[in-house]
Design a protein around this ligand. Sequence first.
Ligand SMILES: NC(=O)c1ccc[n+]([C@@H]2O[C@H](COP(=O)([O-])OP(=O)(O)OC[C@H]3O[C@@H](n4cnc5c(N)ncnc54)[C@H](OP(=O)(O)O)[C@@H]3O)[C@@H](O)[C@H]2O)c1
Length: 300
Amino acid sequence: MKVAVTGANSSVGQHLLARFAENSDVSVIAGVRSEKAAASLPRSPQIAARIISYDDVGELARTIAGASCIVHLAGILIESRASTYESANVAATVSVVEASQKAGVKHFVLISVLGASPDSPNRFLRSKGEAETAVMESGISSSIIRTPMLLGPGTAGAAALVGTAARGKAKLLGGGRNVLRPLDVDDLSDAILRVCQTQPEGVSVHELVGPESITYRALVARVAAMMEKPLTIGSIPLWIAKLGAAMTSRLSGGGISPTVIDVITSNEVVQKNADAEMGLSLTPLSRTLEKILTEKKQEI
Ligand SMILES: NC(=O)c1ccc[n+]([C@@H]2O[C@H](COP(=O)([O-])OP(=O)(O)OC[C@H]3O[C@@H](n4cnc5c(N)ncnc54)[C@H](OP(=O)(O)O)[C@@H]3O)[C@@H](O)[C@H]2O)c1
């Protein structure tokens, strides 16, 4: 099976490529935007790194030709002057959809986020919803996987969590009272591998979350305890955090904005977890946290 992956250097992409490389029947066209990103990819004879541009649909179609499935990972939560929600989340997805149509790709996998909707008042969630709509209306059979915070070595969520837990005194947004369902990034890789292999007909939307509900506050405290670090937890009122973020993000043209704060402090709730329908056995949260901390120890 030949699979094309966009945003292959993303944290999700790094884990996914490693998982694909364990399967001798999978070969991967790994799309990235720079030589530097290409150099960061796992080395395997099954992985062919390709520099892609989302502005040239024809060239993109030629690059992914021969793939039966495309996994579109490129996307951002934190904007910068160079990457906006419109360019990274919407326009890039539209380009990949058009290239996939031209190349005759049979199945499209989009990694989206819980709460994505074209009608959302939140700009990030709206952009992911618009990306979903582009995929749903493409006519290509597709699997859209909406995910919560992803945890695993190298994810932004893990870096923030360990950094906060190690601080001794942590001030959490809104006291960290929001409820999360963190998903192990390797479980997401398994889900992606499965839909690439089975390529179900039509459009499926899966809300896939981790096995345990936990407040961010309890999660930080648990990681601090596992690290044997004393921790005092305080609170930053959300309105103060958003006021500061509004000013700094306007000045810098990106970074943590009120939009980002609304996303990272929302409750991650699903009606029905997709693990059973996808045939997945989820990693316990304690095991995921152990993997993150083992990787951190190895870095020191
Ligand atoms: N991490 C999470 O907790 C989480 C949760 C829910 C959903 N997701 C989704 O999962 C996917 C991967 O997330 P991640 O956290 O692994 O990503 P990441 O590590 O932050 O990497 C972002 C990727 O998007 C690419 N990108 C940035 N701006 C772009 C633009 N304007 N046009 C095209 N590509 C652009 C980056 O390429 P360069 O390196 O070249 O900039 C990189 O490959 C994303 O779609 C994200 O929304 C992630």
